[in-house]
Design a protein around this ligand. Structure first.
Ligand code: ZN
Length: 252
């Protein structure tokens, strides 16, 4: 396989504000009047160009999910949740149609271990000019123990995870049933931040568009295992089935 490296511009990276661990840094997404390069808007949901495009050979956009700085996807009223997901998916799929991109990634970071730098709820849609992320994604990454299934959308917990421990997947008719998909995203985020582990304050949400269907992965974030960093060894936890049973008990 050809190696795909994304080039990170360290100079731009050093200018980026950070307010997850530095609460004194003013939130750039709350200062609505100074937002520039707005690409689309639906009420208080805004898509704009990333002011700090650290990834070379890409087009980076930011989707500000709400005007409320301290809110979180797991807390949105249903109608707002559906609007955010519909808006995000629409713009992601539209960007994919642009022949300037080999592929487009759509993801969210939340919390200090997620890789994010701004607390304000947001997602990112990034067009990659020369890298096709799909070459790195195997179908088995989305296979798992079924937690719940409604309207052709399935929520499962990976039994063949990419990196390991807990990776929740949403598969099936995710695009046809966006509201059901949004319900599962919200339920999983809420579970991770409230019931999963008392130290869990971070998660990632990733979207994948492969072979005409959209799959989604949510994963709680802690320090990444050294066995994966050093040896590429994914790990499976012994309490995997307990977590499946616990989510069913709380939410289903
Ligand atoms: Zn804010």
């Amino acid at each position: 396989m050809k190696t795909d490296y994304l080039y990170f511009n360290s100079y731009i990276g050093s200018q980026k504000p950070e307010n997850i661990t530095n609460p004194d840094t003013a939130c750039p997404f709350c200062d609505r009047n100074s937002l520039v390069d707005i690409l689309a808007q639906d009420g208080d949901i805004i898509l704009l160009k990333n002011k700090y495009p650290v990834l070379e050979d890409t087009v980076q956009t930011v989707l500000i999910e709400t005007a409320s700085c301290d809110s979180e996807l797991s807390l949105y009223p249903k109608q707002h949740l559906y609007r955010v997901l519909r808006f995000g998916v629409e713009h992601w799929l539209a960007m994919e149609k642009d022949p300037a991109f080999a592929s487009v990634i759509f993801y969210k970071n939340h919390g200090p271990f997620s890789g994010g730098t701004i607390r304000h709820p947001h997602m990112q849609i990034v067009g990659l000019h020369h890298i096709d992320y799909r070459r790195h994604i195997k179908p088995e990454y989305f296979i798992g123990e079924i937690i719940d299934e409604k309207r052709g959308v399935r929520l499962n917990l990976s039994t063949l995870p990419r990196i390991g421990f807990f990776e929740f997947n949403i598969v099936g008719k995710t695009l046809d049933q966006l509201e059901q998909t949004a319900d599962y995203i919200q339920m999983t985020a809420h579970y991770m931040l409230n019931h999963f582990h008392r130290r869990c304050k971070s998660y990632n949400l990733f979207f994948y568009h492969i072979n005409n269907s959209v799959s989604i992965k949510l994963t709680p974030r802690f320090i990444t295992s050294p066995l994966f960093i050093g040896y590429n060894l994914p790990q499976l936890p012994s309490r995997l089935l307990d977590v499946v049973a616990e989510i069913r008990k709380i939410y289903c």
